[in-house]
Design a binder for this molecule. Sequence first.
Ligand code: ADP
Length: 791
Amino acid sequence: MKNHIFMRFRIVGFTFLVCMMFCSVHSKAQEPVTLQLKWTHAFQFAGYYAAVEQGYYDEVGLDVTIKEASPDTDPVRNVLEGEAQYGVGSSGLLLDRAAGKPVVVLAVIFQHSPYEIYAAPEIYHLRDLIGKRLMLEPQSEELIAFLKIKGIPLDSISIMTHGFDAGSLMQGKTDAMSGYVSSEPYYFRLANYPYQTFNPRSAGIDFYGDNLFTSEQELAENPERVKAFRAASLRGWKYAKEHTDEIINLIFTKYSKQHTLDYLQFESDQMIPLLQPDLIEIGYMNPNRWQHIAQTYASIGLLSEDYSFEGFIYDSTEKNMDWFYRSMGIAILIILSISALALYIFRINRRLSQSIKKIKQASAVLAENEKSYFGLFNSVSDAIYIQDKKGFFIDVNVGVKKMYGYSRGEFIGKTPEFLSATDKNDLPLIFKLVNKCYTTGKPQQFEFWGKRKNGEIFPKDVICNKGKYFGKDVIITTARDISKHKNAELEIIRAKEKAEESDRLKSAFLANMSHEIRTPMNGILGFADLLKEPNLTGEQQVEYINIIQKGGVRMLNIINDIVSISKIESGQMEVNIQESNINEQIEYIYTFFNPEIEAKGMQFSFKNSLHFKEAILKTDREKVFAILTNLVKNAVKYSEKGSIEMGYNKKANFLEFYVKDTGIGIPKDRQGPIFERFIQADIADKNAYQGAGLGLSISRAYVEMLDGKIWVESEEGIGSTFYFTLPYHSEMIKEKSAEKEILLPVEDASINKLKILIVESTPKSQFCHKGTKTQRIHKALLYWLSVLCVS
Ligand code: ADP
């Protein structure tokens, strides 16, 4: 039980404590303040009701009482005397302040004044008011200024006390009345009264409307409260302007039913535009506007010209400065951003222009380098190819174009295969070498047979090197045409051989000729001496003369050979090509040598493979004669028994001549060299055969001059066969032989044939060309008789 009582006591005590705490906190937080309105409750004060209702005052610790006014209420006095801390006043606050009342305007609510003059329908112009009645309410000084500016002296009008009833005008109790845009017109319209309106703004008088104000004392003692009250009030105004219907209902239900909802709606419609809410922040005060208001007052003598505003306009710097600083901050931020951006752009531009300058310089250098490079590239006479790692041509220089005859464009994208002479190069190997050069970086060298555009093939030396071409790894290949080089080399070799040959010839000549010439010379001189002997028989004399004559012929032969050799050697030996019947030559040589051969107890025979008419060669007749003569002479010389056969066989496009003997033969190892000058087969008794070793070399030179070949087949002790070839073209021969046939139709063909044979075999030098045919035949016969006699 005790416990129970104790428990109850405790609960009651705790509840009391909480209540006390709550009351004390609440009473401490909510400061009571009064706002004195300048008129009865209406939408004109909407923002303050909203602030109360939305708890804005509450939030800042204010318990606000909104006090409406009656016609007798002077809000300024109430505030200054402390009945209220805050009040709502007109622009007339400025006059109160000038009159020494320490009011401080905290915020402008309506940016324009709602005061207007409403007049009876017959008052068309303001000046029509002269001599008329005008109800003018207190604090409507701006309307007095308006009249003055319009040139209407106050004393020209009968100023009446305002009844605050629109009916006064409608009922003709006055001709005009001051009024609020939000009030009187409502009643006029309701009554369909055709009133006239005169707005001071039409004369440039633009006063502020309702203003929130306080006393200097309140501001000095409770600056924070002033600040808080002002801020909460403005917050309420912001709310009110956005929730007009809600506030209208609030006024009607909570504050006053003096006006109908319709009236309040009309009032709201008229008042909201005066807030200028979209353009200006609610509460904003422009000192210039106050200046304008002061000047207007001064113009009607209500204020001195030099009135000072000091202390009148509440310095909401903190907030304004906040705004200002915020704006400034944003502005500075924007300026800084723009500056930074401008600087950045400027720097980028500068860098860009520097880069462009550098690029231009670099491009110029590059262009110059490129020019120099191509200059060098193309000034080299050797061919230069730029190839990729697979061997494809990327570029070629002028040397390549000259070497092959293709244009540069024809090379690009091709490989060396394009330039290769068919079956002359090991292309897989070449590609392998090119690839090796690329992968190892080691230069590779090889010979390449190229094929020019005109089909000509030629060898060239190629060297591959790895290099760079405009930053790319490539193979730089240089090639040199070695044809000219090789020709030059061959020329040098030939010249050297010729020089060596000349040297050898000279030495051999001196060695051989001294012997070859001295031997017959000795014979001639010796037997010439013997001939002087007085006791010689006739036979002896003939014998000695024969020996001397043979020595002479031998010397003549040697001298002839030497002359021929020297002519061949010096290039003076001419080739005199003409048509020649080869059968005639063979037969003539047969006729010429047969007696000598028969005398030796040997047989001599000849074989002509072609018909007489076809046996025509276009050749140097004298040289062919000399070759055959020389071979038969040797056959006779180096044979003691058996037979000698001479003839020719027709082959594809040449005739193969042969002279076959059954003589001593030539050892195998000597068969090649015997065509060299002064070379004789190794035989025991040289003197027995009286050779100088020149005949075969002259024969070979002649055969080669006539585009033929000469060779020997021989067996020692059995005999030798000498062969040589001469070109033969049967078509041409047929035509020519047909012509020849026409020339030889007469008499005894064999005699005629012999005559022609004699004439044509005779060296030209022996003829007098102007003579008749018979004279020429005689001359030829004489020549051959002399030759026969000499041999
Ligand atoms: P030569 O007969 O005046 O010595 P050649 O140049 O005519 O000079 O012949 C060179 C050499 O070839 C001869 O010395 C001889 O040894 C050899 N020879 C040439 N013809 C014959 C032949 N028909 N039979 C054997 N040997 C020959």
